[in-house]
Design a protein around this ligand. Structure first.
Ligand code: NAD
Length: 289
């Protein structure tokens, strides 16, 4: 397929490279010349203008920082400029309302569109092992399968437009709260004189077990290799966790849903980010406890 890829940053760069590896022709556009040069090095065709990049493609994939940018990109340079009928996949993590708004605009313009945020981070983007949570019509979900297959290992249809974003922010709210709880448990265990490896061996096989403990342990030297073993560098940045928690809090407010644990996690990550730790892995919050 001919596919335009917009936003070739930490995540988009690897995703676009995997589309090329799968045999697709990828038209790359990014505002940052460095990102565009890297994409060209990975076999994408770089474009200096977004409208030219989308002009003759069958699909557009975007991986952009936030909802305002996604709205501006689609309403300004994709809708009315990509061929009618093209399949549009926004893989950015954005608010549910913006996702629904952009899809409605795209559909009015004669396009098919899904929201398809991802879980897995930069390593999974590079390896082609992302998990996609997809919101949109069932036939659009099916039509997008060859594109997802090149970039991910699991693709789940979450429901109608916006459902992919809803699933993503609910998942990440749970992740933020569970990471804080995991950190607290290890710090309390330490204060109570427990050996931390022993506590891990017990809790990882008991009812406290969770992904934040057994796949992403915040304690260096305990559990599998994680960012904690590398000075909390790499991994999933605190600033991005905070972004997702803010999206979850906004969605909870709109929906009138009480989320006291998510709310507290957001406060703790906001303070950690404000103290200059936005670039550290989110498990580094253990240092504040
Ligand atoms: P990034 O900042 O590395 O990349 C974003 C890219 O978009 C940049 O290259 C930037 O130049 C480009 N861009 C910004 N505005 C643009 C515009 N108007 N037109 C064209 N290009 C534009 O960010 P990232 O880490 O790749 O994250 C992208 C999205 O993926 C975000 O929504 C993020 O929440 C989500 N996400 C990130 C991770 C992660 O671990 N990094 C994991 C899951 C989801």
């Amino acid at each position: 397929m001919n596919i335009a890829f917009i936003g070739l940053g930490n995540m988009g760069g690897g995703m676009a490279a995997n589309l090329v590896k799968a045999g697709h022709e990828v038209h790359a556009f990014d505002l940052a010349q460095g990102a565009l040069d890297r994409a060209a090095g990975n076999g994408c065709a770089p474009f200096a203008n977004m409208r030219d990049a989308v002009a003759d493609v069958e699909a557009v994939v975007s991986m952009l920082p936030n909802g305002a940018i996604v709205k501006a990109v689609y309403s300004g340079d994709v809708i009315g400029h990509a061929p009618a009928g093209a399949l549009l996949l926004d893989c950015s993590t954005i608010d549910v309302a913006s996702a629904r708004e952009v899809t409605a605009l795209a559909q009015e313009g004669g396009y098919r569109m899904v929201d398809a945020p991802v879980s897995g981070g930069i390593a999974a983007a590079n390896a082609g092992t992302l998990t996609f949570m997809v919101g949109g019509a069932a036939d659009d979900f099916v039509a997008a399968q060859p594109i997802f297959a090149a970039m991910g290992k699991a693709v789940i249809h979450a429901g109608e437009s916006g459902a992919g974003q809803a699933a993503k922010i609910c998942n990440n709210m749970l992740l933020g709260a569970s990471m804080v709880a995991t950190c607290e448990a290890f710090k309390l265990a330490e204060r109570l004189g427990l050996d931390l490896q022993t506590f891990y061996d017990i809790s990882s096989k008991a009812s406290g077990q969770c992904w934040s403990m057994t796949s992403y342990c915040p304690v260096p030297g305990v559990g599998p290799e994680t960012p904690a073993d590398h000075g909390y560098q790499g991994g999933f940045a605190t600033a991005l966790m905070l972004k997702d928690l803010k999206l979850a809090m906004a969605a909870a407010q709109d929906a009138g849903a009480p989320v006291p644990m998510g709310h507290r996690a957001q406060e703790l990550y906001a303070a950690f980010d404000a103290a200059g730790n936005g670039g550290m892995d989110f498990s580094a919050i253990i240092k504040t406890l």
